[in-house]
Write a protein that binds this ligand. Structure first.
Ligand SMILES: [Zn+2]
Ligand SMILES: [Zn+2]
Length: 284
C-alpha cells in the first residue's frame, strides 16, 4: 500500500452507459475525486463499467448498475456521480439522484492489483472495514445505501449501516435470514445485566485489555440477552456470532469467526434492504 500514499499504481477507466469516459492514468494522486452528471438509459438505469489496467493490459473490471427501486430513472433525472480514488487504497463510486433522500455507494474497489482476473475481490468473511465500506474515525452517513455483490451468487443486494456504538445498542443477526434485532443498553433487561459485568467489551476493543474471565463474562452476557429474544418471524433465532447474509442465497457476508473482538469491533449494524430490523423483540 505504500506506493498508494503517492499515486495510483494502475490506470483506471470508467465507462458510463451514456458514453462518458473518465480516465485516471497511473500515477494519479490519491486522494483524487472527479464528478460528473450522467443520463439514465431508456431502461431507466445508469450503468458503469470499470477497468483497472496495468502496462501489460487489462487486469480486471466490473460493472455497476444503478436502478432505483420501484421507480425507474427517467431521462430528466439528474444523477450526480463522484469517483473517489481514496488514499485508503479503495475506489469509491458514489451517486446522488436529485430529489431523492438517499445517496448510493457501490462496494469500494481495491486499487491494489489482483491475482484473479475478471472479478472483484468478493472474499467471504471480510468485515465492513476490510471491504472499505467503513473507516475508523469517519462516521458513515445514515442516508447512504450501499450496493454490493454477494461472493456466493454474485447477485447484487443493498444495505444501510447504523453506528451501534453511537446509538448504545447491541445487535444480533438471524441464523436463517438477513433480519437483525437491536436492543438498547437502556432497556431494563439489558441494563440490569450490564451492571453485573466487570468490564463490558465495547469498540474499539483490544484483546490485551481483557482477561479470559472477562471475555467469558461478555460472551455469557450476549448469550443471556439473545436467549430472551423471541424467534425471528422466519422461525430462526438470533445470536451473537450469526453473520449477516445475502438475501438471495444466504451466503454469510461477514464471518465473525466466533471472535468476540472481531464481532464487537464491527460496530456498524447492517440492515439489508427488504429484511426486517426489529426492536424490543423480547419474549413476553
Ligand atoms: Zn448470494
Ligand atoms: Zn430470520
Amino acid at each position: 500500500m505504500s506506493d498508494n500514499q503517492n499515486g495510483l499504481k494502475l490506470s483506471v477507466i470508467l465507462t458510463v452507459s451514456d458514453g462518458q469516459v473518465l480516465e485516471f492514468p497511473a500515477g494519479t494522486k490519491l486522494t483524487t475525486r472527479k464528478d460528473m452528471t450522467v443520463k439514465p438509459t431508456a431502461k431507466g438505469e445508469v450503468a458503469w463499467a470499470l477497468e483497472l489496467c496495468d502496462q501489460a493490459g487489462r487486469i480486471w473490471g466490473r460493472p455497476f448498475t444503478l436502478l432505483v427501486d420501484g421507480e425507474r430513472l427517467v431521462e430528466d433525472d439528474r444523477v450526480l456521480s463522484a469517483v473517489i480514488l481514496h488514499e485508503s487504497g479503495f475506489l469509491f463510486l458514489d451517486c446522488i439522484v436529485e430529489g431523492r433522500e438517499e445517496d448510493y455507494r457501490f462496494d469500494p474497489t481495491s486499487l491494489e492489483p489482483k491475482p484473479t482476473q475478471g472479478r472483484p475481490n468478493l472474499d467471504a468473511g471480510l468485515s465492513l472495514f476490510e471491504r472499505g465500506f467503513a473507516r475508523p474515525g469517519t462516521v458513515t452517513p445514515g442516508n447512504i445505501r450501499m450496493i454490493t455483490l454477494c461472493g456466493g451468487c454474485s447477485e447484487e443486494f443493498k444495505f444501510r449501516t447504523y453506528h451501534a456504538g453511537l446509538s448504545d445498542i447491541f445487535y444480533y443477526y438471524c441464523d436463517s435470514c438477513p433480519n437483525v434485532v437491536s436492543v438498547s443498553h437502556n432497556e431494563d433487561l439489558v441494563y440490569e445485566k450490564l451492571k453485573r459485568i466487570n468490564k463490558v467489551i465495547t469498540p474499539p476493543a483490544r484483546y490485551d485489555d481483557f482477561s479470559t474471565d472477562e471475555v467469558a463474562e461478555n460472551v455469557d452476557l450476549h448469550n443471556e440477552i439473545t436467549s430472551l429474544l423471541r424467534p425471528c418471524p422466519c422461525g430462526g433465532s438470533f445470536a451473537l456470532f450469526n453473520p449477516p447474509t445475502c438475501p438471495h442465497c444466504g451466503t454469510p457476508y461477514i464471518d465473525f469467526r466466533e471472535d468476540i473482538f472481531r464481532r464487537i469491533n464491527e460496530y456498524y449494524l447492517m440492515h439489508v434492504q427488504g429484511a426486517e430490523s426489529l426492536h424490543s423483540h423480547w419474549v413476553e
